[in-house]
Design a protein around this ligand. Sequence first.
Ligand SMILES: [Zn+2]
Length: 134
Amino acid sequence: MRGKEFQRVKAALLSELDVTLQKCCHQRLKDVVNDLQIHHAGIKPDASPDEVFAVFLKSGVLKTMTGTPIVRMRESLERLKTGTFGLCASCGRNIPAAYLEKYPTATRCASCDRQAQKLMRPANNGIAAKSDIN
Ligand SMILES: [Zn+2]
């Protein structure tokens, strides 16, 4: 991913973090950041996405929150930290930046994600569809 694209993806991830926090704990990102400022020095109100992500990881605040979107967000931030962000967890190829801008917490490329969803479906229903058996 090129620098500019990566910045756009990070901005998308940051707004996704805001939406996720509102959905899962009815808090806005800026309020959580304010709390973090009090308890964990080193984050400024005008912090860059990278700084915000780093403080979120360091504080472990996402670990104390529950909900699938929060877990996905935490995984994304950890992938950013370890340098595997943007790589498909299934095939190892780069996930296109445009796809990540749309789905910032995606851990698989579009085609692997479709494959995974196909495999997941029978388990979700509890009963396998006839066409899946044969
Ligand atoms: Zn893939």
